[in-house]
Write a protein that binds this ligand. Sequence first.
Ligand code: ZN
Length: 162
Amino acid sequence: MGKYYKIFMLITVISIVLLTYISYNNQQFKNNPLSLDIVTKIENKKNKIRALIYNKYRVDINIPIEITDKIGDNLFGLATFTKDKKIKIYLNKKRFKENEEYMIDYVLPHEYAHAIMFYFGDFTKENGGHSKRWQDICLALDGKKCDRYVNHNDILIEKVRF
Ligand SMILES: [Zn+2]
């Protein structure tokens, strides 16, 4: 009896320690900006994409990227065009936790392709902005998966006047 009790207590204690550790980690992630490692990876990818854009389209544009937890949970990223014609890319901070490689290699080129479309004045609504032209740009920017048939709305165009 004593022996089983000790084993039981040991398992309980280990579980509590593990749970505390996991919850601490979650809290850390929630309260802190992304690690320097991830931020550096994003910055490197951004520079690579910028070079690809220059090589392909001969324009040097610096599109700001913001890591945020304010966009919908279902979104990985968002490309926006504001009333004052500013283009910006948002990446969902919460989604970095699951898979940072996916965010950097798949989501970033995907959103950049939307941003470039805005830059070229192409505000197509075809497939939620995922037109053939968008796909070509996404692939040119080394996108790992430039699927045109995605069922999410990840572009936000505040006002477009021609
Ligand atoms: Zn998209």
